[in-house]
Design a protein around this ligand. Sequence first.
Ligand code: HEM
Length: 566
Amino acid sequence: MAHEMSLTLERILGSSLSWSLMQEIIVPNHLFIGFGVYILYRIVHRLFLYPYLLSPLRDIPGPPLGNPLWGQSPTIIRSETGIPQREWVKQYGPVVRVVGPIGIERMIFMKPEALHQVLVKDWLIYPRPNFLRNILGLVTGYGLLTVTGNDHKQMRKAMNPAFSIPNLMAQTFMYYTAIDGLIDILNDKVGDQKDGKVIHVYDWMSKATLDIICETAFGYKANSLHNPHNELAESYEKLLSLQSGPNLAKIITIMSIPGGAHLLASNWAYQHRKWFGALGILNSIPILLEAMHNIRRISSGMLAEKLASASTLNISDTDAKRDIMSLLVRARVADVKEAAGKEGGVAGEYRMSDQAMMDQVLTFLGAGHETTASGLTWTLWLLANAPEAQAQLRAEVTPVWKENKHPDYRALKELKWLDSVMQVSFMESLRIMPPVPLTVRKATESDYIDGVYVPKGTLLSIPIRIVNTWKEIWGSDAEEFNPARWLDLPPEYHPTFSMLSFIAGPHACIGKTMSIIEMKAVLGALITNFEFAPAFEGQKAKPAAAITMKPTDGMPLRVTRISRHI
Ligand code: HEM
């Protein structure tokens, strides 16, 4: 057979270059050497030629390229999130090039026009990169945070009603079981001690916001505040304990290997999770896989319960349950009924499968729990260090909470923009310590941004914390906590692109209003009842360097009962 093939090829190639001669030339050794040279060239190109000599971005100012294998990533991974980038912007200006591992370039654009182009005008050209979508998908399900393009448009349209004002109004009362529980617990802990008590406030904010999001997302009473061994809360705690730059770098590396994302999301990986643990360096993977498995198992149990009762859900019932999952189930029932009424009808344009509904709710649990807990914790930290601002806030909220300890949506909304210490305290805290300090986009086409040619494939850092504290906009005290600045905004302030904590455009946070209302309800109750101060002199904040910015030390604060002062 091989002989016949060789004869045929010899005939095709003709006499000038005989097959036997070729066989001599292309001996396996030559092939091997050729392949080796090609791989070597690719490595040299990737690590040296492209970043130093060939990249169209090579002349853009930025920090030194650093080690060819890692670039600037060790500095980024080891530092507080956003701080190295902030220093580079101070040093190099509003357009910065940063080279990461294996010569991968990231651009930072600071100006509003550039951010408008990336986040709003051409958002379809600049989606979240695959590695980010895969990480978010692993942790929060394949929902709004991971889809892009038309799928995203349809999904967002389907999800918007769950975040409508009427729905938020109806949901507000769901916050108060957790808030009352939180106040009781802190009262018990602090007691009548004259000097108060040091409490790790992040841990309690995290439990309270988990209970709130479980109730608003599923209608499920997790009660993690009173039950230290709640499985869902424990799984999230484990997951969040992995939030560190080095862990994130490991997960991104696995996700970037072809098939890595599928592997981590697979049942096989869960069943063999101990194997990862045996490889010392990957010892965080079993914890991640186990936590995710438990969260999915518990969530799917809750979904099954909802679906089982779906037939009894009456969509016109004004007393109907307002949690997000009930809304999705009702929308699906309505969709199917509508389709059945039409000749040849099929269900509507975005009919959610069980799995899609699960993923959405996992997304809301993942995106809406830790962010809100961090937002509240940083606000308490900043107020603890600004006793005057804290006293002003207390003077504003105490009468409101004394009149009704469960203010409704309207009353919470009333504590509103620029009229209220509560509102400006949050704006200022979310400005300086944004719970999501940085995100990433990828150019899927070559284009000019702020006059710079950006080749297809370039990563773009969306510099949330850096823009929020940019001296060119916010002035020389940009990095300081000063809620009063919101009463007299600087002329350079841009309403959309000077404060990016919830970003902007079609991917802007869907839970923005919900989280602000929820944080107001929690903070109002806390500030009415307690005074917060640093736990010890010289205390420094310790934010984690990861996707979200939570305190790594649980944020100890000295908490004192207010009744002592009245
Ligand atoms: C203080 C609290 C919060 C902050 C600072 C925050 C911040 C953000 C940011 C910066 C993004 C954009 C991420 C990116 O594009 O890479 C985002 C997206 C998102 N957030 Fe939030 N978030 C908060 C609370 C919530 C809550 C309570 C929910 C839901 C219950 C939520 C659900 C989402 C979802 C679903 C997205 C994806 C939106 C899309 O791509 O269409 N967030 N959030």
